[in-house]
Design a protein around this ligand. Sequence first.
Ligand code: 5GP
Length: 207
Amino acid sequence: MFDNKGNLIIVSGFSGCGKGTIVSELINRYDGYVVSVSATTRKPRVNEVYGMHYFFKTEAEFEEMIKNGDLIEYARYVDNYYGTPKVYVENMLQAGKNVILEIEVVGAKKIKELYNDAVTIFVMPPSIAKLKDRLKNRATEDENSLKERFDRSKEELKYARYYDYILVNDNLDFAVEDMHSIVCAHKHKTKFNEEFLDEIKNELDKV
Ligand code: 5GP
């Protein structure tokens, strides 16, 4: 049957598009998923917990991780470093888990080059007006950081067309189900089932 290695799922999207909420809900609803916890030099927001939301690091600590080869990829996003720890991702893939990386576009491109079987999903807000409302209600960023994040969104949009899927987050329930469907369909791609086809061929040859 299918090889039991897990799939790598890259989820990107503008700041405030709701990608984190979709991913959390996906994990609540379905078994077999884990989310990679990134390292960052960004300061924790209220309610953010070390090791759960991020591994919060100083610049020096982060640069040490880069030097030691502890990260699969890293990128700068609005004045901070963000990076994906290698060991956890590799172990979880080997254990057959679907590993979700919620990362920005530059890191996503690097990961796709390293793991070309990864599926890439870009989450879009239904409109920019709704995105603005969400960010205002979330109230995690000051005016300056909000502007920087919108500027960055303009850059990120240029990368969106290279993703395998665009997922519009208009309704959380539908977005979660659609994300799960994308992952399931990806697993059934012919290229992941070549060994199985060979097994069937061997069996047929014996008939
Ligand atoms: P935030 O500060 O809002 O938590 O994250 C800012 C951006 O960094 C988001 O687009 C988020 O997906 C991205 N990000 C989080 N972790 C990583 C990571 O490990 N690598 C990269 N390249 N981007 C990340």
